[in-house]
Write a protein that binds this ligand. Structure first.
Ligand SMILES: C[S@@+](CC[C@H](N)C(=O)[O-])C[C@H]1O[C@@H](n2cnc3c(N)ncnc32)[C@H](O)[C@@H]1O
Length: 293
């Protein structure tokens, strides 16, 4: 399905609008609050929250909107909406005859999302609520489409959550679920063995580090038809990327990684960035599926 032309131009305008900047500021406040646990400096926090406004993220959201084939008047749910960038762009597309719900388990993320959208033209048809993907607070068949970007790998009762995803879609409804597989990371380091240890410890930040390889069968089991998988390559050449410092804060004490080792790992990546040798690649898998009419 292709998007109508007016929908595309509306989305482009939205991407440049003030809401993106406002979400950026809200996320910055969240990131500063995280400094206690993640040892972010102010500068690192600024990088962390600016991730959603990076050109590759904006381009990816444009691709997601196209894959979801958002139409005016639709009712759409974003599960694990985070700071609400994608949900807001969907709201701009569905228009006043539509409705968008964003759910997340993080109150901080929801606060950022609400702050970014509260005085936008679409604020009356978008809502952000705290809810777990495994217990969605919506009646059966509530939505025309449901999107979830990089979330199900965090959800421990995955089969229950996919059952909920199916339940809240109407007959003929569609979903777009995006996830990454830990084994797809290609992250350049001066010390490959250390990189392997750090990536092994980082796997603990999700419940299902290799979900994509099982997701097609899980979606079918949950009652979806026409499941399709599209791989999308991700490439980062900028060491300012926030992930380095998040990983360095998370891994000490896990799978034998020490604080010193984590710091040396992060310092190496930043040095590779300064010398123009930073390289971070991964494959994101986009799953589309429908509910039989
Ligand atoms: C990697 S972030 C992705 C956020 C957003 N979808 C995006 O792409 O920017 C994962 C999000 O999933 C949320 N999350 C984790 N477990 C969840 C659950 N069980 N139910 C709902 N949201 C969850 C987190 O709070 C976080 O906002």
């Amino acid at each position: 399905m292709t998007k109508p032309k007016h929908v595309e131009s509306h989305a482009a305008l939205f991407a440049l609008s003030s809401i993106g900047k406002r979400i950026l500021v809200s996320s910055w406040i969240i990131a500063l609050r995280m400094t206690d646990t993640l040892t972010f400096s102010d500068e690192q926090a600024r990088r962390y929250l600016s991730a959603g406004q990076r050109p590759e993220r904006i381009a990816r959201r444009k691709g997601l909107l196209g894959a979801l084939a958002v139409q005016p008047g639709e009712h759409i749910l974003d599960i694990g909406c985070g700071a609400g960038y994608l949900a807001a762009e969907i709201a701009a597309l569905v228009g006043s005859g539509g409705r968008v719900e964003g759910v997340d388990v993080s109150e901080d993320m929801l606060a950022a999302a609400r702050s970014g959208c509260h005085d936008q033209p679409f604020s009356s048809w978008i809502r952000f609520s705290r809810a777990d993907a495994a217990e969605l607070p919506f009646p059966d068949g509530s939505f025309d489409a449901v999107v979830s970007h990089m979330v199900y790998e965090y959800v421990t009762p995955i089969d229950k959550a996919l059952g909920e995803l199916r339940r809240v879609l109407r007959r003929g409804g569609r979903t777009l679920v995006v996830g990454a597989d830990s084994d797809s990371y290609v992250w350049h380091s001066s010390d490959r063995k250390r990189m392997e240890r750090v990536l092994s410890a980082w796997e603990e930040h999700v419940a299902h580090p290799r979900l994509p390889r099982d997701l097609e069968s899980k979606l079918r089991q949950a009652g979806f038809d026409a499941v399709k998988i599209e791989p999308h390559a991700l490439l980062e050449r900028d060491a300012e990327h926030h992930l380095i410092d998040m990983v360095a804060a998370f891994v000490p004490g896990r799978r034998g990684v020490t604080s010193q080792e984590a710091q040396a790992w992060a310092a190496d990546l930043h040095e590779l960035g300064r010398s123009g040798h930073y390289f971070y690649g991964a494959t994101l898998y986009w799953f589309t599926a429908t509910v039989a009419s």
